[in-house]
Design a protein around this ligand. Structure first.
Ligand code: NAI
Ligand code: MG
Length: 344
């Protein structure tokens, strides 16, 4: 366990909506784990906009630049007004090129048991570069809409290498490269060609195959157990990662990590859930599982394991489940149950 001397500085962003409630649970649970991180609290999201006039204040960016490590509650993106998504701004500011979304069945008896797969999504390129415009015709300013996707060999190699290295580090067996190279021959053909080249460097250690994205989506429903690690481009990865979250009980259970060379930001996949904010109904599991990924990222495997076992044990009984999972335990009481379990 960590002592006060070797605490790792990390930025903590409570965020909007249910963010502060679930971040409060994370803070208390991490204290019970021996407080491995020295949190620097900073704001982002609508609460920051109302206070400082900026969705992503400079002080928050400076803190992440220094710590290189952040745990982020969900942020509300105001609709209209030309605001760019804070999540996209953070990915670009810190060049967080890899989005890692592990999905594991924790509560048995759902639609699919024993799911254990990881989606790795390219986070900076593809159709998400924002090169979009309209072409006006005959007085209709929006007669034609155009978007340009950009994939680079360097970016494709970087994400493929990340996926195969991840597989080696985490004792995974297989990486599936997901693409649409039969139609988008240049854009995703380059990705497929580059990722297959990378795969040859891992021959004998990590098995590899490829799937066209639409067939992959169907196979994920018919037989998800055939997959281990999946690597894909930005848009396909976005879609498949939500689909995969659905295999293991939905948004309340899905963590994500955004990884770059110099910084890593951990978060839940879900948003700020304004419909249940402030009611003590939010499930903190996804953000806690993001915390477990953050512990593992810093090689704090004993703490991560303790946290994962506590989450599994508390969720194993109906008395330990929040309303989204069919139970009636409150957000903060769920935290108390975890802390009791951790303290033994
Ligand atoms: P959402 O994920 O906030 O909510 C969708 C549904 O799932 C709601 O019914 C909500 O109550 C439920 N839900 C979500 N998380 C839950 C949890 N931990 N426990 C129990 N129930 C949970 O998605 P929505 O409503 O589309 O977006 C709300 C806001 O969040 C928007 O402003 C959106 O832009 C933002 N958002 C932010 C994200 C981030 O910061 N990473 C990701 C997705 C959305
Ligand atoms: Mg998404």
């Amino acid at each position: 366990m960590s002592t006060a001397h070797n605490k790792i500085p990390a930025t903590l962003i409570p965020g909007d909506g249910i963010g502060p409630e679930i971040v409060d649970v994370v803070e208390r649970v991490f204290d019970a784990l021996g407080s491995p991180f020295a949190w620097e609290r900073h704001q982002a999201g609508v609460n920051a906009l109302e206070r400082d006039g900026d969705l992503l204040p400079q002080a928050t960016l400076d803190s992440i630049r220094q710590t290189g490590l952040a745990l982020k509650g969900p942020l509300t993106t105001p609709i209209g007004g030309g605001f760019r998504s804070v999540n996209v701004r953070l990915r670009e500011a810190f060049q967080l090129y890899a989005n890692v979304r592990p999905a594991r069945t924790i509560i048995p008896g759902g639609r699919y048991d024993n799911i254990d797969l990881v989606l790795i999504r390219e986070n900076l390129e593809g159709l998400y570069v924002g090169h979009e415009h309209y072409v006006p015709i005959d007085g209709d300013p929006h007669a034609v809409a155009m978007a340009t996707g950009i994939n680079t060999r360097a970016g494709s190699r970087r994400i493929a290498q990340f996926a195969f290295d991840y597989a080696v580090r985490n004792r995974r067996k297989k990486v599936t490269i997901v693409h649409k190279a039969n139609v988008l021959k240049a854009l995703t053909g380059l990705f497929l060609e580059t990722a297959k080249q990378v795969a040859t460097d891992y021959e004998g250690r990590i098995e590899s195959n490829d799937r066209i994205v639409d067939a992959c989506a169907m196979q994920l429903v018919l037989n998800p157990w055939q997959f281990d690690v999946i690597v894909s481009t930005n848009l396909f990865g976005d879609i498949l990662s939500d689909q995969i979250a659905g295999l293991v009980g939905g948004l309340g259970m899905a963590p994500g990590a955004n990884i770059g060379e110099h910084a890593a930001i951990f978060e839940a996949v879900h948003g700020s859930a304004p419909d249940i904010a402030g009611q003590g109904k939010a499930n903190p599991s996804a953000l806690l599982l993001a915390g477990a990924l953050m512990l593992e990222h810093k090689d704090l495997h004993a703490e991560a394991q303790l946290l994962r076992v506590a989450i599994n044990d508390v969720l194993a009984t109906e008395a330990g489940r929040t309303p989204d999972l069919g139970g009636s335990v409150s957000t903060s009481h769920f935290g108390d149950l975890l802390i009791d379990r951790i303290r033994g």
